[in-house]
Design a protein around this ligand. Structure first.
Ligand SMILES: NC(=O)c1ccc[n+]([C@@H]2O[C@H](COP(=O)([O-])OP(=O)(O)OC[C@H]3O[C@@H](n4cnc5c(N)ncnc54)[C@H](O)[C@@H]3O)[C@@H](O)[C@H]2O)c1
Length: 344
């Protein structure tokens, strides 16, 4: 039975909490024993919503867990197998490295860290500790995106022709000390929200040779709140756009893709994946019965730790390259869309 400490009980930490409740109900080999959040109010159920609706349940029984407001105290007092980090991005590397040095495996929310240098420090710390580090790039475990990965890898529809990814919602106004609205702590929409699609593109097609990004900013915290990027690959076109300034309270969060291949098109929209073969009838993809990517990524990590398997799907070198691509995108946007090589 793996003992887990969950750090950061904000919007995403609450989402993870729900997954552990499900896993423990299902009798998975995991026990959430400790919760840590610097803001004690989180242990009194004072939650706020995020951009994807209410991820968490409204009521939790916090008496089930050992509660900490200090990470070091939690590490010193608990016999944890792994630490699940759902902290603001600028804190990922500091706490992941601390946990690894304390001999704990680490599951850490995306993006890996605020810049490639900090990512590299995390990878080095994982290697030195001999413990596992996995970045929760959830789309690699998201059924719709796995369906697309199948069509890319299998070549069933031939080669890709044009792929487009979009993600959008309102400004994230819920975060702890407004860290999300401050580019130095979150990387703006580019590193926080758009990074999901950057990571997907990297996972599907590998690192592009170069990127050209246009960005726009109306948020006083700096960074871009709207970006659109073209990625340079040989023989096909990939474009991705992100907008976190869709501020009407009536407009829902949206994530979508349209991937056109020589012999068919795959479209994810409104939570459904449709496959349109050039020859044959359109059909709705099964998408693992619609199961949850957040749940599936945690299951994968538990299995890797329990059975000492390598982390292959969300491999650290690959999720590190995602941050290198995002960094090149930022540099391109600051240079009015100039084609910018991706260097790692
Ligand atoms: N995978 C996804 O779809 C997804 C969605 C949203 C957020 N995220 C990621 O999850 C992470 C957290 O984002 P969020 O929206 O939950 O932010 P948030 O501000 O809602 O939550 C952060 C929590 O960390 C706590 N915290 C801050 N400093 C701390 C410290 N030193 N020790 C302990 N607790 C501390 C805060 O009190 C807060 O409860 C980010 O990296 C973000 O990119 C991922």
């Amino acid at each position: 039975m793996l003992k887990v400490g969950l750090v950061g009980i904000g919007f995403m930490g609450r989402g993870h909490l729900d997954q552990y409740l499900r896993l423990m109900d299902e009798g998975a080999g995991v026990q959430l024993t400790a919760l840590c959040d610097v803001d004690e109010k989180k242990f009194h159920g004072q939650f706020i919503g995020g951009n994807m609706g209410n991820l968490g349940q409204s009521k939790y029984d916090f008496t089930r867990y050992h509660l900490y407001t200090d990470f070091d105290e939690m590490i010193a007092n608990e016999e944890l197998d792994y630490v699940d980090i759902a902290l603001p991005t600028y804190l990922h590397s500091y706490y992941a490295i601390k946990a690894l040095k304390a001999g704990k495996h680490v599951l850490c929310e995306k993006p890996m860290a605020i810049n490639p240098t900090q990512c590299r420090m995390m990878i080095d710390a994982a290697k030195a500790s001999g413990k596992k580090l996995m970045i929760a790039q959830c789309l690699r475990f998201w059924p719709a995106y796995e369906t697309l990965k199948h069509y890319v890898d299998s070549g069933e529809f031939g080669k890709p022709v044009f792929c487009y990814f979009f993600r959008g919602g309102g400004w994230p106004k819920w975060s702890y000390q407004d860290w999300l609205l401050d580019e130095t702590r979150s990387g703006g929409c580019l590193l926080d929200q758009h990074v999901h699609d950057v990571d997907t593109i990297n996972w599907l097609f590998g690192t592009p040779k170069a990127v050209s990004t246009l960005g726009r900013n109306v948020n006083p915290g700096g960074g871009f709140d709207t970006v659109t990027t073209n990625y340079r690959y040989d023989g096909f076109i990939v474009n991705s756009a992100d907008d976190w300034s869709m501020n009407s309270s009536d407009i829902p969060f949206e994530m979508t893709f349209r991937a056109n291949f020589e012999k068919g098109t795959v479209v994810f929209k409104g939570g459904e994946t449709w496959v349109y073969p050039v020859e044959g009838k359109a059909f709705k993809a099964d998408d693992c019965g619609g199961d949850d990517g957040y749940y599936r990524e945690i299951c994968y990590f538990i299995d890797a730790v329990t059975n000492d398997k390598p982390i292959e799907i969300s491999d650290n070198e690959s999720t590190y390259r995602t941050i290198c691509i995002a960094t090149a995108e930022r540099n391109s946007a600051l240079n009015d869309g100039a084609w910018t090589e991706v260097t790692c």
